[in-house]
Design a protein around this ligand. Structure first.
Ligand code: NAD
Length: 275
């Protein structure tokens, strides 16, 4: 496929563009993920809390695509933090997915009030060692949470999956992560449609200049910044559109104009407020 891969710090690699299934109705997940696989996506981002791992697994099984051509991520939910509960949680996720391993397993939120994420990270190290996941990472971790993982454990997360789009670029966190070899996955890459990003002249003008859609321009902006992205859509036409982004390149000026859309515009809770 034309999707480039990013090398992770553990010698595995990840397709830079995938398909996310947050808010994909469990009853429709099999059909929607089937559409994504048919459109050429080979990287799927789900989570235990999304409730749709079974549908994702059914689509994978039905596709006939070889397991080693797929990159599957799932995430450990907040209430499953802790040693034994983490081991149980990955087993439940694998069972629902119908897989013997995932490619990437993430702690979904740090939930610092629980003060369990370091212990949970050590459980993920074990889950990686025994082959139930190839890579391990974190999500919604701020600098202070990464600092504890780096100081108190032996494994640098392969990725930090954070809210990131033109209105919230988290540049300090992103450059710190990169300096430690942690790849950045951008969730909500299109701002979840909560900001009128597509109407911004910086986005709309680049779209008309290249004969692409505003969504394609924003996805391209992420890719050119080195972010791993997995935009979500329920519609086959948009699913196909969002992976059709490898036949054009944004200029320096177009990139800079989109960079200027930073406005600290978070679409969800601050990570320290999420429990
Ligand atoms: P997104 O930014 O991908 O926005 C999705 C929305 O954008 C769609 O519902 C649709 O309204 C619109 N859209 C998509 N394609 C379009 C197109 N071509 N044209 C016009 N509109 C279009 O938001 P998201 O789904 O929240 O983020 C992507 C993925 O990131 C999720 O599915 C999930 O896998 C992951 N995620 C992770 C976390 C986390 O806490 N780790 C949180 C949210 C999302």
């Amino acid at each position: 496929s034309s999707v480039p891969t990013i090398n992770l710090n553990d010698r595995h690699s990840i397709p830079q563009l995938g398909f996310g299934v947050f808010l994909v109705d469990p009853a429709e997940a099999e059909r929607i993920v089937t559409d994504a696989l048919q459109a050429g996506y080979r990287h799927i981002d789900t989570a235990a809390i999304y409730g749709n791992e079974e549908g994702v697994g059914a689509a994978i099984a039905k596709s006939g695509i070889a397991r080693d051509e797929l990159f599957i991520t799932t995430k450990l939910w907040n209430t499953d933090q802790g040693t034994q509960s983490a081991h149980d949680a990955i087993d439940r996720s694998l069972e629902k997915l119908g897989l013997d391993h995932v490619d990437l397993y993430l702690i979904h939120w740090p939930t610092p009030e629980r003060d369990l994420y370091v212990e949970t990270w050590r459980a993920l190290e074990q889950i990686k060692a025994d082959g139930r996941t190839r890579s391990i990472g974190v999500s919604n971790f701020l600098r202070e949470h990464l600092d504890r993982i780096l100081a108190e454990t032996d494994t640098v997360p392969a990725v930090d999956q954070i809210e990131l789009h033109p209105a919230l670029q988290s540049r300090e966190l992103t450059s710190f992560a990169h300096s430690k070899g942690i790849a950045i996955e951008a969730w909500g890459p299109l701002g979840q449609g909560k900001y009128p990003l597509f109407d911004e002249p910086a986005v709309a003008d680049a779209a008309s200049a290249h004969g692409k859609t505003p969504a394609q321009v924003v996805i391209r902006w992420h890719l050119q910044h080195g972010n791993i992205v997995f935009p979500k859509s329920n519609h086959a036409e948009r699913i196909a559109q969002n992976i059709d982004v490898f036949d054009f390149e944004l200029t320096r000026d177009e990139m800079g104009a989109i960079d200027a859309l930073e406005r600290n515009g978070r679409v969800d809770k601050h990570p320290n407020e999420f429990n």
